[in-house]
Design a protein around this ligand. Structure first.
Ligand code: HMH
Length: 206
């Protein structure tokens, strides 16, 4: 049996639900999230995205040539996203030069270690990381201000299409993956799910 993104979601539905449905997101939707908690998430997510950008660049470095277009479009979007995070921080008077919280650091270390993993594992993790935010910010439905902009960033149709292309590339790479690589891809999917859940929870632990 060949592993696909779809079978991962079906096999591990409870873990995926915990990664993508969280009080943090429902409280953003209803506008009841406390600003300190939102700001904690915002700054830690900026610090996450700086490392995520390095991970995407390293994934590009091992990707087959016909996967470049999609990955380069992702890197291009991250240039805008990092600037957007800095603007958000400035308008909220938040400093970005602070240490990562433990959960954020563990997630960044996980992405750093994926440099040793074969491409199908990297491609699966990349898709899972992006799909977690795509679903997480999209599933609750429209959010009250000022959170609509955040729901839009990861829930918009263009980003949804991008995540679909990442799934297609991961699936293609998994077709020729060994059993060991498929098992590693499944383990990385589960690790992403657990880290995503912990990342939402981190906003309440500041
Ligand atoms: C924690 N996961 C986390 N932050 C993000 N910005 C994404 C995924 C999507 O890029």
């Amino acid at each position: 049996m060949i592993l696909t993104c779809e079978t991962l979601l079906k096999t591990h539905a409870p873990a995926w639900k915990q990664a993508t449905v969280h009080p943090f997101l429902t409280q953003c939707q209803g506008g009841t999230i406390r600003p300190e908690q939102f700001n904690t998430w915002l700054v830690q997510d900026y610090l996450f995205v700086t490392e995520f950008t390095r991970f995407l660049a390293r994934t590009l470095a091992t990707a087959p040539l016909n996967h470049f277009d999609v990955l380069l479009s992702g890197l291009q979007a991250l240039q805008d996203e990092l600037a957007w995070f800095r603007d958000q921080a400035t308008s909220r008077s938040l400093g970005l030069d602070i240490p990562r919280q433990e959960t954020c650091q563990i997630y960044c270390d996980f992405m750093g270690n994926l440099v040793h993993a074969p491409y199908p594992v990297q491609a699966t993790a990349l898709w899972a990381i992006e799909y977690a935010y795509n679903q997480g910010w999209q599933l609750p439905g429209p959010m009250v201000e000022p959170y609509g902009e955040f729901a839009e960033r990861w829930g918009n149709p263009g980003f949804t299409d991008y995540v679909g292309l990442l799934a297609a590339q991961a699936n293609t790479s998994l077709v020729t993956a060994t059993h060991t690589e498929q098992a590693q891809a499944e383990a990385s999917f589960l690790r992403v799910a657990a880290l995503e859940q912990a990342f939402w929870q981190m906003a309440y632990q500041a």
